[in-house]
Structure formats: C-alpha cells, structure tokens
Design a protein around this ligand. Sequence first.
Ligand code: TYD
Length: 210
Amino acid sequence: MERGLFITFEGPDGSGKSTQVEYLREYFAEKGIPGVFTREPGGTEIGEKIRGIILDRHNAEMGDMTEALLYAASRAQHVEEKIRPALEQGMVVVCDRYVDSSVAYQGYGRNMGEQIREINRYAIQDCVPDLTFLIEIDPREGRKRIQAGDRDRMEKQALAFHRRVYRGYQQMAALEPQRFVVIDGTQDRETMRRQIRETVDKALSQRNII
Ligand code: TYD
C-alpha cells in the first residue's frame, strides 16, 4: 500500500519544539503539501480528554502504571483514528510527541524501561515514525523557560526526573541515528527552522511528495 511520511518532534519540556511544529505547519500551507498536524497526548476527542486527566495538577496521586497506560491509551486511539488512515492515504503526518516521549518520560524518567516498550507495542503496532526531530535542551534550561505557576503535572516533576528523560532521549537518538535528527535547542528559532526545513525537504523528495 502507498504510504505517506510520518514525522515526529521530541524533546524535553521547554525545548521550543511546539514552535518548530508550528513553523512547519506554515511551511506546508505555503507549499500546499498535504499534511496532518497533531499532538500527543491528545490528537483525537478521546485523546484530548485523556490528556486532561494526565496533566491535571490535582491528580497528584496518579500511579506510574496508570500514567503509562493512559499515555498509551491516548496513543492507541490516535493511531487508529487519525495517524494510520492519513498515512494510508499518502499524507504527511507531523506529530508533536509520540511513542519516544513514553520511552523517555515513563521508561527512563520513571524507570519503567522494557514495560513501556511492551505496552506501546500494542498501542502503535507497526506505526513507527520515519523521521524524528529531537530538540535538545539541558533540562535546567528548559525548566527556566516555563513559569513555575504554569507547570502541569509532568513539568512539576523533580529536576532529577527531567535529567533521566534527557539522558534517555540522548541514548535513544544514539541507538537509532537513521531515524533521529538531533537539533541543538539553544540555537535561535530561525536557525532551527532552517535545519528542520532542509531535512524535511529531503525526506519529502525521497518519497516523491514534492
Ligand atoms: P506537551 O504538552 O507536548 O508538553 P510540551 O508543551 O512541553 O511539549 O506534553 C505534555 C507532557 O506529557 C510533557 O511533559 C511530556 C509528557 N509526556 C509523557 O510523559 N509521555 C508521553 O508519552 C507523552 C506523549 C508526553
């Protein structure tokens, strides 16, 4: 079956990843590239409700396994309802966070390792990204960019947790260099925008999309 292109964005909180996703959306609109822009947790009506539960600061008693399963549940719905159908139609899907976030935050951050890969095998099946941008920023720097009063349940985790997430991302990128493109998140937005655009252009032309 004809398959589109699946691009994901990953990185620690405060990496500026969502701004870059927004830039890419504008670029696709300018060029008339058929793209679906979406995010996790969320991306569907059910997924957005699950997102509300996961990120609610009042849900401080949430267990690690509950958290992991909720992220995976949101993802299963997302893949089935939105991502897979779009890819099957030959579209480009751009997702702000995906399964690598679970491996980094729950796997490395919560020390749940292999269990997270296992749970997510059910959630995503064969729906693996073709290209993943990792916007790298030191967790201390990332935290500084988010006002203390605005922090959601995940952003409120201790710095040690965010350091494990950061190290996890680095290891994942080193293990799969053919999929991950690491972008230095301390650069200015325009430089990052250019680097991302060049890589995306290459991937699109390889697939004969532009
Ligand atoms: P998001 O709203 O994308 O945060 P940001 O604006 O920093 O990109 O994601 C919400 C939070 O959920 C973020 O702290 C990362 C976390 N997360 C996980 O822990 N596991 C997951 O599988 C996903 C998708 C996100």
